[in-house]
Write a protein that binds this ligand. Structure first.
Ligand code: S3P
Length: 171
């Protein structure tokens, strides 16, 4: 694919397991861009997400997350491809920083994410009935995803390459 020059950070948002990190990585690789996964940076500094939730609760995790996202989005680095955790958009500071980014909402439905979330132990907020909890959370957050998004990318039935091409055509 063609090298691409971004004017602003390209940020992927959307519910858990919607494929933000996978698509971000593929898209960045194909276009010769830097890819940043904020959850991966949090884990590198603070340990696994389940361990952060266990010791500091969701509240502690959100503080760490907001700080990490702000560090990435407000740095004067070259515009990059950035994937956020599903709940990062709940923070109002993050919402403000997203105003100066190109924001893409990865709109995944339950059937697409189902195989990825059943028996998932890496996402504490899905403990118990993962399907029920995923549905409830994505329904509740959906208005926020839509409000923040410059583009909506529906993922159902699409291959990774389809998604890369559709995303490329949006910019
Ligand atoms: C969360 C999503 C996770 C991770 C944490 C909380 C959420 O990231 O940040 O488990 O609240 O939606 P993914 O969106 O990559 O699953």
């Amino acid at each position: 694919a063609m090298p691409l020059k971004l004017q602003r950070h390209l940020v992927l948002i959307g519910p858990m397991a919607s494929g933000k990190s996978t698509l971000g990585q593929h898209f960045a690789t194909q276009h010769g861009l830097t890819f940043i996964d904020t959850d991966r940076r949090i884990v590198a500094k603070h340990g696994t997400i389940p361990s952060i939730f266990a010791t500091q609760g969701e509240h502690g995790f959100r503080e760490i997350e907001a700080r990490e996202v702000a560090a990435v989005l407000s740095a004067a680095d070259e515009p990059s491809v950035v994937s956020l955790g599903g709940g990062a958009i709940l923070d109002t500071g993050t919402q403000q920083l997203l105003e100066s980014c190109v924001v893409v909402f990865l709109d995944a439905d339950l059937e697409t994410v189902r195989p990825r979330i059943v028996r998932d132990t890496g996402r504490p907020l899905l403990a118990g009935d993962a399907v029920e909890r995923w549905q409830e959370m994505s329904r509740r957050r959906r208005p926020t995803y839509l409000k923040l998004a410059d583009h909506v990318l529906v993922t159902r039935g699409k291959s990774q390459q389809d998604l890369v091409e559709e995303l490329s055509a949006m910019l």
